[in-house]
Write a protein that binds this ligand. Structure first.
Ligand code: C5P
Length: 238
């Protein structure tokens, strides 16, 4: 994979104009664009189609979690949208993840299109071990829970996970080299940390086994976003 294809630019902006401006500037500098709840809920599927129209691949980050039949319906829509990746919560269970994969396979065969990569979200990085026990009533250790859910996702046929850089090594070990690992919390040494606490450089993330990196503000808030992307690509090439 080319280094720039590993970068997924997080479009955390509040308008279509701002999002498309970034896509126009950066479509040939990054591998994909991440559309999250804010943009998708404001603009609907048309934002995905607009980005695709400008030559960008799209990671639709909506983290589905519902009964199997409902998530299968959403997975069918994501496949029809021709997105590059979308995600579901592993905590939705085996039956839900299996239903999502079946829907993706059936719909991509019906349409004759490439199936999207389906990723599992394990324990959100905003959840501490304490909260896992006290609020979610999960008694296992956090890392065991994360790795257990990643393995379960793999058994259900999912393509990979989104996880913190600190979870890459145990997941890679448990799930093997073909399992796709996407990680946020990336900061080059020259960039602001913002509100990210446990961060990793792009080079380090690659070294420990990430396939794709979700990067937002180090590029989007830079005075010259294309130049910032170029510096990150260079760092990945070293
Ligand atoms: O601007 P920044 O590089 O911090 O953006 C990171 C992106 O990754 C944001 O869209 C954020 O919501 C997402 N993310 C994260 N940490 C997680 C999960 C997702 O930063 N644990």
């Amino acid at each position: 994979m080319k280094p720039q294809d590993r970068i997924i630019l997080a479009l955390d902006v509040d308008s279509e104009a701002k999002a498309l401006n970034l896509v126009e500037k950066l479509a040939d500098s990054v591998g994909a664009f991440k559309v999250g709840m804010q943009l998708y809920n404001q603009l609907g599927p048309s934002i995905v189609q607009r980005i695709q129209g400008l030559g960008g691949r799209v990671f639709v980050d909506l983290k589905f979690h519902d009964i199997p039949n409902t998530v299968a319906g959403a997975a069918k829509i994501m496949t029809g949208l021709n997105c590059f990746m979308f995600n579901v919560h592993a905590s939705g269970g085996r039956e839900m993840m299996t239903a999502a994969m079946k829907a993706v396979q059936e719909e991509s065969t019906r349409l004759g299109c490439e199936p999207p990569l389906v990723l599992a979200v394990t324990v959100l990085t905003s959840i501490s071990e304490q909260q896992l026990h006290d609020d979610m009533f999960i008694s296992r250790r956090l890392e065991q829970t994360v790795v257990g859910w990643a393995q379960m996702a793999k058994e259900c046929g999912l393509n990979g996970v989104v996880c913190s850089p600190h979870e890459i090594a145990p997941i890679r070990q448990a799930c093997g080299s073909d399992f796709v690992i996407v990680t946020p919390g990336i900061r080059p040494l020259w960039s602001e940390k913002n509100d990210q606490k446990r961060i990793t450089t792009p080079r380090e993330a690659l070294k420990i086994g990430a396939d794709y990196m979700v990067i937002g503000r180090p590029i989007t808030a830079a005075s010259a976003p294309r130049e910032a992307a170029r510096r990150i690509i260079e760092e990945l090439e070293e």
